[in-house]
Design a protein around this ligand. Structure first.
Ligand code: ADP
Ligand code: TRP
Length: 318
């Protein structure tokens, strides 16, 4: 299993229930698991070295705090393995302009009349992603629904390479679409999203939790504050939840306070674990370095096969 995560800044509970938690759970289901920080993908929209460093480091700490186990998972930064970008170049030469223009990123830009402003990095995004995956012979790639097209393109690129060079170098990966049954609503009832400013941060301190919960919009006239209930639902078993909401009908303040308590109980252990990890930055650096060492070795082996297949090696040595 292999997946990549972009270092985009502090996660919220929507990211946790929609994606992060599932990654961590999947580490127990597969024999070999690769999780990497897609920093070269993020370079398309982060052009600030300090912010990039911060985001990469924080993402690593976040995942370790959630229980990603570096003994079981090969955890690394994409930029540390130059084979990702080398293979992307090779795939560039096999992919037509017309084909890449079918990608969502391009289509979205075109619809807005901005296709000429799209960077080549954004345009080539699916190609780098194909390299990330094919380099390690991944069988299963867990991603959100929005990434399904990229997975299809990865399969096409693998087939194109294999048929062009008449050798089965690349395995066709299967997408594993993360269940999106739990679209977590934000404090205003819309999908929780950084871009809407309606998030509850995953590692929030208790006063921040309280402040955010107090902001939850409760303009409904019913007995149940729907926006509070829908967030609370993530944390409690249905029966317990219904009991509280029926016993305290219309008591918005009480129900918000109950939500603050339950969020605190849920967040506190992860938040404390995160702080503990922050005490030992060396551990974080070392984990990523060790992950990169293992990944690099596998990637380099694959690249030897690839270079042979395309004919850039003059003899069989490299
Ligand atoms: P944001 O919308 O806050 O910028 P991202 O687009 O970076 O979040 O999402 C990162 C991952 O978290 C994706 O896999 C996405 O499906 C998941 N995710 C984001 N928001 C939610 C949500 N409200 N409910 C469920 N999953 C979410
Ligand atoms: N494109 C993915 C996203 O936006 C991140 C990603 C990059 C990825 N390379 C990958 C995911 C390879 C899975 C496999 O979420």
């Amino acid at each position: 299993m292999l997946s990549g995560v972009k270092p985009t800044g502090s996660p919220h509970i929507g990211n946790y229930f929609g994606a992060m938690r599932q990654f961590v759970q999947l580490q127990d289901k597969f024999e070999k698991v690769f999780v990497f920080i897609a920093d070269y993908h993020a370079l398309n929209f982060i052009k600030d070295a300090e912010l990039m460093r911060e985001n990469i480091f924080n993402l690593a700490v976040d995942y370790l705090a959630l229980g990603l186990d570096p003994k079981r998972v090969i955890f690394y930064q994409q930029s540390k393995i130059s084979a990702h970008t080398e293979l992307a170049w090779i795939f560039n030469t096999l992919t037509s302009l017309g084909y890449l223009k079918r990608a969502h990123v391009y289509k979205d830009a075109k619809e807005k009349g901005k296709e000429n402003e799209l960077s080549i990095g954004d345009f080539n995004y699916p190609i780098l992603m194909a390299s990330d995956i094919l380099l390690y012979d991944a069988d299963v790639v867990p991603v959100g629904k929005d990434q399904k097209q990229h997975l299809e393109m990865t399969r096409d690129i693998a087939e194109k390479f294999n048929s062009t060079f008449k050798i089965e170098i690349f395995k066709l990966p299967e997408p594993y679409i993360l269940s999106d049954t739990e679209v977590v609503p934000g404090t205003d009832g819309r999908k929780m999203s950084k871009s809407y400013g309606n998030t509850i941060p995953l590692f929030a301190e208790k006063d921040e939790i309280a402040k955010t919960v107090m902001k939850i919009v409760t303009d409904s006239e019913g007995e149940i504050p729907v926006n509070v209930y829908n967030i609370h639902k993530l944390l409690l078993p249905q029966e317990k939840l219904d009991k509280i909401y029926s016993e305290h009908r219309g008591q918005y303040k009480f129900l918000k306070e109950a939500l603050i308590e339950d969020l605190e109980n849920f967040i506190a252990p992860m938040r404390e674990k995160r702080k503990e990890i922050l005490q030992n930055k060396e551990f974080v650096y070392k984990t990523l370095e060790e992950g990169a060492t293992v990944a690099r070795e596998l990637a380099n082996k694959k690249m030897v096969e690839v270079r042979k297949a395309i004919g850039v090696c003059l003899d069989t040595r490299s």
